[in-house]
Ligand binder design. Structure first.
Ligand code: PHE
Ligand code: NA
Length: 459
């Protein structure tokens, strides 16, 4: 039995919150997902719209969520309920928190599987044969046989989930803060190294054009929705994460400043990942719209051109696994804290129960990939084809639930909470507060609603 509230914890410093939140933000979203969705959605215009969403919607919503967490000091649903009470408004607003927790959980169910891919590649790289003198066709085969092998996927997914449960069960902070201090710089350095090699062996010019030259003819309204969803996904918004991490933020931390840093760090990693991958795509005649396998089919080509390919590849996939791992930990944290609070269980029990649930749901993604018939569902939602359970969970959670959750968080802090509470939490200059308010009151809600209306064919 725990007697203290699970949210009595505090980050040990301002800096350690930035580190942990950056570690939650930077992950597969930056290195795996961003390049492949950019490739599928035509490049430059998608990237530009994504960047606009990050800074005009993502950052203000990030501030809103950290603020909710710090003021509510509870797991997301309870935190919003508390603040609704404090501002004397309908407690139905707590759905903001519950929805986020659910979305985070669903995202983790496929995130753990992709983290398992990275782990499997790390093992393959460490065995020393994979990246030396391998042809592009062979690289494709290695990827294809991994994703069609359900046993392999289950094995590596299980390892990732077990690791997450273990760290979260032991207590959310031990080791995490320290690990991140070297992980992030190391990951960034490796990405830069890969980008340099990619430029050398691939087609940097075409890649740079593809990423930075916006051609709006290539961007559909589905593409805009995906850019919006990803701006939330990549900053870990609307998934309970930043609310629960906010709950551990000390009073004296500047929410405004730290949020901006988190977004900048996350964006830098994503852009460099793009620069590491697309020169190879164009230089070796691969398809930018290859899909979720993109980095697993391009990076090995760069590795094989380097001296000591197996070593570099092993270290890179290790970093990728760790980056995914710190995000996975953050995603499960809200559910675990909730189970602890609600059922008064120990942290271990809460972690193990969450892990078992998660593992079960993750099978939907595993069997989507391995081709089991029951996981091929062929849904169509708002004009978007969703062939598998994996694609449905990803699309519904990332591109529909996250924007709705972000909309609710923006409305709640912009219109519902009493102004002096938000002012007190943000504790910033009048100008900065004003800009934030314009974003959460008008810009973010209007943009999100327009994107949905357009998708529904209503405008
Ligand atoms: N932001 C993480 C990434 O980019 C993914 C994530 C989404 C983490 C939602 C937590 C919650 O990889
Ligand atoms: Na991210």
């Amino acid at each position: 039995m725990t007697t203290k509230s699970p949210t009595h914890n505090r980050w040990s410093s301002n800096f350690s919150f930035v580190l942990a939140a950056t570690a939650a933000a930077v992950g597969l979203g930056n290195i795996w997902k961003f390049p492949y969705i950019m490739g599928e959605n035509g490049g430059g215009a998608f990237v530009l719209v994504y960047l606009i969403f990050i800074f005009l919607i993502g950052v203000p919503v990030l501030m809103a969520e950290v603020l909710i967490g710090r003021r509510g000091r509870a797991s997301p649903g309870y935190a919003v309920r508390k603040l609704a009470k404090e501002s004397k408004v309908n407690s139905a607003w707590q759905v903001t928190g519950w929805l986020g927790m659910f979305a985070g959980f669903m995202i983790l169910s496929f995130y753990a599987v992709i983290a398992g891919w990275a782990l499997s590649y790390m093992v393959k790289a460490a065995q020393g044969t994979f990246f030396t003198g391998i042809s592009e066709a062979e690289i494709g085969n290695v990827f294809g046989s991994m994703v069609s092998n359900a046993n392999e996927l289950v094995l590596f997914t299980t390892i990732m989930i077990a690791g997450t449960v273990f760290v979260v069960g032991k207590g959310f902070k031990s080791g995490l803060e320290r690990a991140v201090t070297f992980l992030m710089p190391m990951l960034l350095l490796l990405l830069i190294l890969i980008a340099v090699y990619a430029a050398k062996i691939g087609d940097f010019g075409t890649a740079a054009q593809f990423i930075f030259k916006p051609d709006f003819a290539n961007l559909s309204s589905q593409g805009i929705l995906i850019a919006l969803g990803h701006s939330f996904f990549t900053l870990s918004l609307a998934s309970g994460v930043m609310i629960i991490y906010g709950a551990y933020v000390p009073r004296e931390t500047s929410i405004v400043r730290t949020s901006i840093w988190i977004a900048i760090a996350d964006t830098i990693v994503a852009v460099i990942a793009g620069l590491a991958i697309f020169p190879i795509v164009f230089g070796f005649g691969l398809q930018p719209g290859e899909g979720p396998g993109l980095i697993f089919q391009t990076l090995p080509i760069a590795f094989s051109a380097m001296p000591a390919p197996s070593l570099v590849a092993t270290v890179f996939f290790l970093m990728l696994v760790l980056a995914a791992f710190t995000s996975a930990i953050s995603m499960i944290e809200a559910t675990v804290a909730f189970i602890e609070e609600k059922f008064k269980t120990s942290r271990w029990t809460a972690a193990i129960v969450s892990g078992a649930l998660l593992w079960t749901v993750s099978l939907g993604t595993v069997f989507s990939m391995s081709g089991a018939a029951w996981a091929q569902i062929d849904w169509v939602i708002f004009g978007k084809e969703l062939p598998t359970i994996f694609s449905a969970i990803d699309h519904i959670a990332s591109n529909i639930l996250l924007p709705i959750g972000g909309l609710l968080a923006a409305l709640f802090t912009g219109w519902i909470m009493k102004k002096h509470y938000t002012q007190d939490e943000l504790n910033t200059s009048p100008l900065a507060y004003f800009i934030w308010q314009v974003c959460v009151r008008y810009l973010a809600p209007v943009a999100i609603i327009i994107i949905f209306l357009q998708l529904l064919g209503l405008i």
